[in-house]
Ligand binder design. Structure first.
Ligand code: SF4
Length: 417
């Protein structure tokens, strides 16, 4: 177990760190250029960013009318214009029709299946300063990095529950959780699970290639917000501050040989309709350029976090979230849609029948606490949780609940031959 942290002394945040934090928050001129790649960040040739941002910048959702929405709903194929109409406020009164159309589309492509997976946080060290996140480098939380032995132990506990897919997560610290460490964890995961995903800091193509060789099937990266001006004010320091490098992460992952990618904005950080448009288009252009790739969308909304009263999440209610998910389904009929345990049981039970195809179960966002959560056995060495979850159902309960809803829970649909 390693001791936290670069910025803290026995009194808490060191005086020097405190000054630096204050400056970052109050003096934009001392912050680095968030559009400029750092020396170790690879720049790829791609026109996807340009295409997405041209639509993002010109999207005026208030210009869409009920007539536009009604026309969109009559179409068999939803194009970019129709997608924009379906995300607009004018579509809110049509929510039931959108849900019914989305339900038919989902069943057409996915039958009545719902995929189950669980996340495993292996470290919570982070070098970034994202003002809305409990793991940020200026937050005094219990930091932890699991040893390979501890990781294997956690994996065994999860695998024993019956789960076959795992998503490995770290905070974003290249120093404390380097690519080799993550790769070794993925090799272990391959022993216990049939599908392995990672949600880690964005890396270069060569590193994605290495992680794929270690057994990773897919990569999830959240853009947080596609509004790069807002992004600059929320990500004040660290590698993550570089907005275009993050944007291109999924494409680099595919160039590194990954089978699938997932992404999204964190809805509520900025204007959620524009962020939802950009998320859908980002995945749409990736799908067109890499037709073989398995593309998934997520739909996280801001949740309350520890030690941070700085940010008020903007209001994305369940109706709005449902509208966004139905619009995603109609625009990208084949894409997977994941709904995390940040959402409530009742919302998740409803949305898996309409648009979502994948949900997490047996979730803990803390470090090293699966054993205590799964078995009730006490563990005094646990790292803090990144955010609160709303749906705490175990794998077993989730499996039974999904079956009772008339759905077929699927643990894995891929065979290595
Ligand atoms: S959102 Fe991710 S990168 Fe930002 S502080 Fe939290 S863990 Fe670190």
């Amino acid at each position: 177990m390693m001791e936290n942290n670069f910025l803290f002394d026995s009194e808490g945040l060191s005086e020097e760190a405190l000054k630096r934090k204050h400056k970052l928050e109050n003096d934009p001129s001392c912050r680095t250029d968030h559009m400029k790649y750092m020396d170790d960040q690879e720049q790829i040739k791609s026109d996807i960013l340009e295409k997405v941002m041209a639509e993002f910048d010109s999207y005026d959702y208030s210009a869409y009318t009920v007539l536009d929405v009604s026309r969109a709903l009559q179409k068999n194929t939803i194009g970019v214009e129709e997608f924009k109409a379906l995300l607009s406020p004018a579509a809110e009164p049509f929510l039931e029709q959108m849900a019914e159309k989305a339900r038919i589309e989902t069943r057409k492509h996915f039958g009545n299946t719902v995929y189950l997976f669980t996340p495993l946080y292996i470290a919570n060290y982070c070098e970034n300063y994202c003002v809305y996140c409990g793991f940020n480098c200026y937050n005094h939380i219990r930091r932890m990095k699991l040893s390979m032995e501890q990781i294997e132990h956690e994996m065994k506990v999860i695998a024993d529950s019956g789960m076959e897919e795992i998503l490995i997560l770290t905070g974003e610290s290249k120093i404390m959780s380097d690519v080799k460490y993550i790769g070794e964890a993925c090799k272990l995961a391959r022993k216990y699970f049939r599908m392995v995903g990672v949600e880690i800091y964005p890396v270069n193509v060569e590193d994605y290639k290495y992680l794929h060789e270690c057994g990773v099937d897919y990569v999830t990266v959240f853009q947080e917000t596609y509004d790069n001006v807002k992004y600059e004010t929320l990500h004040l320091a660290g590698h993550k501050r570089v907005w275009p490098y993050r944007f291109e992460a999924q494409e680099r992952a595919l160039m590194g040989g990954m089978r699938g990618i997932a992404g999204s904005a964190l809805l509520g950080l900025s204007d959620f309709r524009k962020d939802a448009l950009a998320t859908g288009l980002h995945m749409y252009y990736l799908q067109r350029k890499y037709p073989h790739a398995e593309i998934s969308l997520s739909c996280p909304r801001l949740r309350p976090i520890v030690n941070n009263d700085k940010i008020n999440h903007m209001d994305v209610g369940e109706r709005q979230l449902c509208q966004v998910l139905c619009a995603y389904r109609l625009f990208l009929p084949f894409a997977g849609i994941t709904v995390s345990s940040r959402e409530t049981k009742s919302f998740r039970d409803g949305i898996v029948k309409i648009a979502a195809t994948k949900i997490s179960a047996g979730v803990s966002t803390g470090i090293g606490d699966h054993e205590s959560k799964y078995t009730g056995k006490e563990n005094t060495e646990e790292g803090d949780e990144q955010f609160e979850i709303a749906d705490t159902r175990s794998f077993d309960t989730m499996y039974k609940d999904m079956s009772a809803e008339g759905l077929q829970p699927v643990l894995n649909d891929y065979l290595y031959v």
